[in-house]
Design a protein around this ligand. Structure first.
Ligand SMILES: O=C(COP(=O)(O)O)[C@H](O)[C@H](O)COP(=O)(O)O
Ligand SMILES: [Mg+2]
Length: 495
């Protein structure tokens, strides 16, 4: 007899199934003694219960509404292996620095385990319809945030993972031992195909590895997509011939329908591109489809995370970006924008380290200060190249390498195209700054502390770098982060 059948036969007593409304805890969604199985999916939610709602009941309600429950008892549960299929809230902890005596109302971390049978293999859409489905509108909780997930190896193995991965991307580019350099074409909207292609050529010729379309450039009246693709590929080919290096431009194939996206991707491939791009807003199923297309066609897949801050930035509601990193690694993208720490957009250093580790490590340990609540074995899924983009410039090179490491694309849009001596000079400034800093690192210097001097020394022989430092050297974006660690490392806490 299978486990499922035996559950049906030994199912619960009549009292439990009497019609009416009973607490979710009584319905079996709170099981403090439950020990998660290796094959369970585990989700960690931050719950802000409504006043007078017991946190354990709120956790049970979240478990119920994200798995099998509805608001009232239904006898049809007994036609199923309901005890197996019920998600189990098994632990609730008060979030540090919330509740009585603090400025923030009480919040709780609720740990919930889900049996693997609740999810369709290889489908982010199906996983998310449970985990972030109805439950986020549930009245008994004032706010709800999905903070982290532990995905079992058994489930990971049903996903393709990154189409190409970091190792093969570097082999195709023939570039090793340093971050890759990119730029977002600016202005983001309005250029004609020919002018757009000129920006791409100049930036690649000046020393960048990649240029990219911005998130909102698709096929507008001022430049239809075929024009953009033709001029960009002409620029890539000319710059590769002129420099002897492999170059690329992420052609954004985002469109209104899947058929249009495939048409654009096929044309990009026909023109010989090594990389294409999509936006997060196309949705999980479209992302998985494009990842399969990318693997079939030997093309790298770049994902711009446009839209994520709508639901990932605020601490009490929505979902943490680290969970998006996990889902996107499973879905199969090769690149994902994951923050810069020092640039113009949201990015606490500890949080960003957690995102980067999630994307790049084959195994991550629990690390509460980086927001990693669970140990995660990535089951040999390829690694994703994080992309640092948004308000960065050559003067920050030492910090970028310190915080973000080597396997990363550093993307300077304004920080290339806005250079006072022109786009090529902007690209050269970034390339020289990068190579000077990598050399200093390889020589064992304390490049983070000595960074500004290392850059000034390199600028003595490189007027584009000097101009970049003179223009942007002092530009910083020192605003308080919104999404910060709940568990601060001891050394920092006492500092
Ligand atoms: O256009 C840019 C950056 O331009 P610039 O380099 O001129 O600032 C990108 O869309 C942002 O980096 C996205 O943000 P994120 O990478 O955080 O998702
Ligand atoms: Mg942009």
């Amino acid at each position: 007899m299978s486990a499922a059948t035996s559950q049906r036969v030994t199912g619960n007593t009549n009292a439990r199934y009497k019609s009416g409304v009973i607490p979710y805890k009584k319905m079996g969604y709170w099981q403090p003694d439950y020990v998660p199985k290796d094959s369970d999916v585990i989700a960690l939610f931050r719950i802000t219960p409504q006043e007078n709602v017991d946190p354990e009941e709120a956790a049970a309600a979240v478990a119920g509404e994200s798995s099998t429950a509805t608001w009232t008892v239904v006898w049809t549960d007994r036609l199923t292996a309901c005890e197996l299929y019920r998600a189990k809230a098994y632990r609730v902890d008060r979030v540090p620095n919330t509740g009585p005596g603090t400025k923030t109302e009480a919040q709780y971390f609720a740990y919930i385990a889900y049996d693997l049978d609740l999810f369709e293999p290889g489908s982010i859409a199906n996983l998310t319809a449970s985990i972030i489905g109805n439950v986020f509108g549930f009245k008994a909780v004032k706010a709800l945030r999905l903070e982290d997930m532990r995905i079992p190896v058994a489930y990971l193995k049903t996903f393709q993972g990154p189409a190409t991965g970091i190792v093969v991307e570097r082999e195709r580019l023939d570039k090793f031992g340093r971050p890759l350099l990119g730029a977002t074409t600016k202005p983001k909207l309005g250029l004609s195909g020919r002018n757009y292609g000129r920006v791409v050529y100049e930036a690649l010729k000046g020393g960048l590895d990649f240029v990219k379309d911005d998130e909102n450039i698709n096929s507008q009246p001022f430049m239809h997509w075929r024009d953009r693709f033709l001029y960009c590929m002409e620029a890539v080919n000319k710059a590769s011939a002129a420099t002897g290096e492999v170059k690329g431009h992420y052609l954004n194939v985002t469109a209104g329908t899947m058929e249009d996206m495939y048409e654009r991707a096929d044309f990009a491939k026909e023109l010989g591109t090594g990389i294409i791009m999509i936006d997060l807003v196309v949705g999980y199923t479209a992302i998985q489809s494009m990842a399969k297309w990318a693997r079939r066609n030997d093309v790298i897949l770049h994902l711009h995370r446009a839209g994520n801050s709508t639901y990932s930035r605020q601490k009490n509601h929505g979902m943490n970006f680290r969970v998006i990193c996990k889902w996107m690694r499973m879905a199969g993208v090769d690149h994902i924008h994951a923050g810069t720490v020092v640039g113009k957009l949201e990015g606490d250093p500890l949080m960003i380290k957690g995102f980067y580790d999630t994307l790049r490590e084959s195994h991550t340990r629990q690390s509460l200060e980086h927001g990693l609540f669970f140990e995660q074995d990535w089951a040999s899924l390829n690694r994703v190249m994080p992309v640092a983009s948004g308000g960065i410039h050559a003067g920050q090179m030492h910090q970028l390498i310190h915080y973000l490491g080597e396997d990363v694309v550093l993307q300077f849009g304004g920080g290339t195209i806005g250079h006072p001596m022109g786009i090529q000079a902007g690209a050269t400034a970034n390339r020289v700054a990068l190579e000077a800093m990598i050399m200093a690192r390889n020589e064992g210097r304390d490049y983070l502390r000595e960074g500004p001097e290392i850059l000034q020394a390199a600028a003595r022989h490189c007027s584009p770098l000097k101009a970049a430092l003179d223009t942007w050297g002092d530009i910083t974006f020192n605003y308080e982060s919104t999404d910060t660690a709940d568990f601060v490392p001891t050394a920092t806490a006492s500092a």
